[in-house]
Design a protein around this ligand. Structure first.
Ligand code: AHM
Ligand code: MG
Length: 338
């Protein structure tokens, strides 16, 4: 009785990273160490979020970040955890965080060759209600001789060596992809304290009738966006309208879209002509995950998201991200409008 098959040969994130490193003869192990530090940051943030209500971590910190968003206590803690992890791994020279106005440099590690961008806790307006939030990250390798200044990060997302996110939901889910590689999903086993490979080589459905956007902004939408969304809702004779799903946490909405298919959109509009989400640490890392899983990601200007170059580290963009065919529809409607 109860003789379930127990897998004694599971692939943990640690093992996965070791095996990936072994594939690259020239690898120094720096990237692996950096990923170990990231992994620790995700575990810590997952832990604090899970305990937030019990240890007085809900609510505002009484400060506001770069762009005037009210900071939650957990925003501050998530940021501190992340910054410490990146500093102490000694492989990161420069870090850009949504919660920090200026890029953080680590001059104590002059030989560090990596630059990291992150949104430590994205979707934090959902935190106090226990709704899923997430951490988004992107990793760049600094060019030889680069001084490690913020200018080194004003580059297209195609330059990233890796990106991904962790969603803190019913369980913590880590999704990571490397440049030109596949997308792999890990689930945190709280008892083991390890991320376990549960979603190897993720490929997203080519299409699915689900759209995810804040429709409360539709008053401000530009014509092509209105026409596109109306087309989903009113498909004409015999057509079946799309389902709507919107959590309001990019990581959670994107994770669902990655698994089930469909489209996530946060377009630029008349009220926010530059869009809301940040290019460096929200749009680009997600775009890389989606492209590597077979999807597409474009800006509101219908430019490939990974080719958008920010002028400032906190620049924003409109974004459409999802199944290949669903994003293609957006592109086609925009083309028609010229
Ligand atoms: P944040 O970084 O301040 O948490 O804001 C980003 C979040 C995204 O997770 C989400 O997609 C979006 O803002 C939701 O915005 P809105 O409330 O306008 O729908
Ligand atoms: Mg954010």
């Amino acid at each position: 009785v109860g003789q379930e098959k127990i897998n004694t040969d599971i692939i943990t994130l640690t093992r996965y990273l070791t095996e990936e490193q072994a594939k690259h003869k020239e690898a120094t192990g720096d990237f692996t160490l950096l990923c170990h530090a990231l992994q620790f940051a995700f575990k810590s943030i997952a832990y604090y979020i899970r305990r937030a209500t019990l240890i007085n971590l809900t609510g505002l910190a009484g400060s506001s970040n770069t762009t005037g968003d009210d900071q939650k206590k957990l925003d501050v803690i998530g940021n501190d955890v992340f910054v410490s992890a990146m500093r102490s791994c000694a492989k990161v020279r420069i870090l850009v965080s949504e919660e920090e106005e200026a890029a953080i440099t680590f001059p104590q590690h002059p030989d560090a060759r990596y630059a990291v961008v992150c949104d430590p806790i994205d979707g934090s307006s959902n935190l106090d209600a226990g709704v899923s939030v997430g951490t988004i990250f992107g990793i760049y390798k600094l060019p030889e001789g680069a001084p490690g200044q913020k200018e080194d990060l004003l580059r297209p997302g195609t330059d990233m060596v890796a990106s991904g996110f962790t969603m803190y939901g019913a369980s913590a889910q880590l999704v990571i992809t490397m440049k030109g590689g596949s997308v792999n999903g890990f689930t945190l086993d709280n008892a083991l304290g390890e991320f376990i490979l549960t979603h190897p080589d993720m490929k997203m459905p080519k299409k699915r009738a689900i759209y995810s956007t804040n429709e409360g902004n539709s008053l401000y939408w530009e014509e092509p966006v209105k026409e596109y969304v109306n087309g989903l809702k009113y498909p004409g004779e015999g057509g079946k309208p799309y389902s709507s799903r919107y959590i309001g946490s990019m990581v959670a909405d994107a994770y669902r879209t990655l698994l089930y298919g469909g489209i996530f959109a946060y377009p630029a509009d008349k009220k926010s002509p530059k869009g809301k989400l940040r290019i460096l640490y929200e749009c680009a890392p997600m775009a890389m995950v989606f492209e590597n899983a077979g999807g597409q990601a474009v800006s509101s200007k219908m430019q490939r998201m990974l080719e958008v170059v920010p002028e400032h580290i906190h620049d924003r963009s409109g974004i459409f991200l999802g199944s290949y065919d669903e994003v293609q529809k957006v592109i086609d409607v925009h083309k028609k409008h010229g």
